[in-house]
Design a protein around this ligand. Structure first.
Ligand code: NAP
Ligand code: MG
Length: 403
């Protein structure tokens, strides 16, 4: 075997929970550590350790990512009342992803992992469509009133210096509903920057859409800020031969169904919530989806788009073999290794990440896959559904051949 590839700077590793914690270890031991000389800055975000540290470890991990720029995160439990009882926790901790995102001020980009043998249900999609969802404000931070009967609804803004602006919403003749939503220039701006950075990083066009023909102040402000921010990217986009394209949300939905993909679709918060599920489902499975948090300060956190796969974990605890799909976790690691390699200028590390991803994709295209994929892919003679260990072993075989 060749010498191990050495990366110069650390990757921040955030360990997680349940089945994904088990898979995480397998992936590292089988497919990464034998080939790479990695410096890891390790944080255990498993629920027990978060509880022991009163969740301080989550913020420590976020700070470490800020310092080293590249992190990789396993799926973690966001506890609800049931989980508090199950794990005997001190309290219902907040979502670690929310804490990390809040600290790094990032945007999450989700891209399906396409394989030949599992064609997207939309026939024209040849290349992956990445969804970037703006993760602040709009209907997710709304204020609502159920109107009991006749009256007048107004929108009021009182500035710090004492001026007041009032706009009439409606005169009610009977019962109804009202909703107030907001966003901030700062948040929209950092979202726009993150989207343009992603486009440059991947060399893909950036599409953005709102309904500014109807929402002439609110949605129009999104469009204006994207236009303003694009000015700083215009030349670099031209050099790369990529484009920024703005249109209306209904137009983009119609166009996306006929596009061949290979682009970034930047979405307002609600659009991103809805459209990311549509794209994921059309491409097969959450286990075939990569997810990366990119902060405008140049930090990257790679993770899987799915949860801890709790039901499989309970079977694993009973000693049963499970056929849990490790693709998203594996691609989180290759994403982090590739980015570390790019930042440290270690091209062998970038090549390793590419080769490992190709080995995994070839494994599936040659018919060896986990149960979730076997269930959705069209039948072909070589197809076999295997457990996680056999799937990882098949990837390793192909990786060794390719190296
Ligand atoms: P989940 O873990 O994503 O699993 C939902 C179902 O999807 C599974 O039961 C399984 O279906 C299928 N599935 C997901 N990933 C799979 C994989 N890699 N291979 C095969 N099948 C897969 O979501 P959940 O059950 O709603 O949540 C479990 C825990 O995860 C929760 O405590 C939640 O807080 C946490 N969570 C964490 C994150 C994160 O850290 N990013 C995200 C979401 C949820 P079958 O059982 O039918 O095989
Ligand atoms: Mg949703």
């Amino acid at each position: 075997m060749q010498d191990k590839i050495r990366l110069k700077n650390p990757i921040v590793e955030m360990d997680g929970d349940e089945m994904t914690r088990i898979l995480w270890k397998m992936v590292k031991e089988e497919l990464l550590f034998p080939y790479l000389d990695l410096t890891i800055d390790y944080y255990d975000l498993g629920i027990e350790h978060r509880d022991e540290t009163d969740d301080a470890v989550t913020l420590e991990a976020a700070r470490a990512v800020e310092k080293h720029q590249v992190g990789v995160k396993c799926a973690t439990i966001t506890p609800n009342a049931e989980r508090v009882k199950e794990y005997n926790l001190k309290r219902e901790y907040k979502s670690p992803n929310g804490t990390i995102r809040g600290y790094l001020d990032g945007t999450v980009f989700r891209t399906p992992i396409l394989v030949e043998k599992i064609p997207p249900v939309v026939r024209s999609w040849k290349k992956p469509i990445t969804i970037a969802r703006h993760a602040y404000g709009d209907v997710y931070r709304n204020a609502e009133i159920r109107v009991p009967g006749p009256g007048t609804a107004e929108l009021v803004f009182r500035s710090q210096s004492g001026e007041t602006e009032v706009v009439k919403i409606a005169d009610f003749e009977g019962p109804g509903i009202i909703q107030g939503i907001h966003n901030t220039d700062a948040s929209i701006r950092s979202f726009a920057q993150a989207c343009f950075l992603f486009g440059l990083d991947r060399g893909v066009d950036v599409w953005f859409a709102t309904k500014d023909t109807i929402s002439k102040t609110y949605d129009a402000r999104f469009k204006e800020i994207f236009d303003e921010e694009f000015q700083a990217f215009r030349d670099r986009f031209a050099e790369k031969g990529i484009h920024y394209f703005y249109t209306l949300i209904d137009d983009v939905v119609a166009r996306i169904m006929k596009s061949e993909g290979g682009l970034l679709w930047a979405c307002k918060n609600y659009d991103g919530d809805v459209m990311s599920d549509m794209v994921a489902s059309a491409c097969g499975s959450l286990a075939m989806m990569t997810s990366v948090l990119i902060s405008p300060r140049g930090c990257y956190v790679y993770e899987a788009a799915h949860g801890t796969v709790q039901r499989h974990y309970y079977r694993y605890l009973k000693g049963e073999k499970t056929s849990t799909n490790p693709m998203a976790l594996l691609f989180a690691w290759t994403g982090a290794i590739r980015k570390r390699g790019e930042l440290d200028q270690v091209p062998e590390a970038v090549r390793f990440a590419d080769t490992l991803e190709r080995a995994a994709l070839t494994t599936i295209d040659e018919g060896i896959m986990t149960g979730d994929l076997a269930a959705i892919s069209p039948p072909f003679p070589e197809k076999q559904s295997v457990d996680t260990e056999a799937f990882l072993a098949a990837i390793k075989e192909r990786l060794d051949q390719a190296l």
